[in-house]
Design a protein around this ligand. Structure first.
Ligand code: SF4
Length: 159
């Protein structure tokens, strides 16, 4: 069973995605109640408030989240799930929109992701496995760390 209350396998009493801002108040309240009882609320909230997803999420309607984004200058169209997910929790499915590297250059988004994963304490093995890309090998990870992270040249876990 998932720790996410709105996951289908938990059979939530209401499908949060279908609850728009124009829904009857009792449906909105019922959807909010699912979130307020959700063990993942504290993790979910900072993520979905920076994205544009349908329905009630993190206890807020889409309209309430858009108003929050307006007040805080957040532009969800430029934010992907990959960008807002903690490095260690990034899954293979989130990597689909990651651009290919070309011309012998590592794409800056890929480079930044390797550095984020490094800062999160992931080993070179873990990074190479998680990304599963031909352009990200132990040697590449080593190069990126030495080039962009001062003092990383002597880490021991790099082949
Ligand atoms: S807080 Fe987030 S994860 Fe939990 S039920 Fe609400 S939308 Fe789903």
């Amino acid at each position: 069973m998932s720790s996410i209350a709105c996951a289908p396998e938990n059979d939530p009493p209401i499908d949060l995605v279908t609850v728009g801002d124009g829904a009857p108040q009792d449906r909105i309240d019922e959807a909010r109640a699912v979130c307020l009882a959700c063990p993942a609320l504290m993790r979910c909230s900072p993520l979905v408030k920076r994205m544009d997803v349908a329905g009630v999420a993190a206890g807020l309607t889409r309209g309430e989240r858009l108003a929050w984004q307006e007040r805080h200058g957040v532009h969800p169209e430029s934010t992907s799930l990959l960008d807002v997910t903690p490095a260690r929790q990034i899954t293979a499915a989130m990597l689909d929109d990651l651009p290919a590297s070309g011309g012998g250059e590592i794409h800056p988004r890929v480079r930044d992701l390797v550095l984020r994963m490094t800062k999160a304490g992931m080993s070179a093995d873990q990074i190479v496995d998680r990304l599963g890309r031909e352009d990200i090998t132990h040697r590449t990870v080593n190069y990126l760390r030495r080039t962009y992270m001062k003092g990383w040249a002597r880490v021991s876990d790099i082949a």
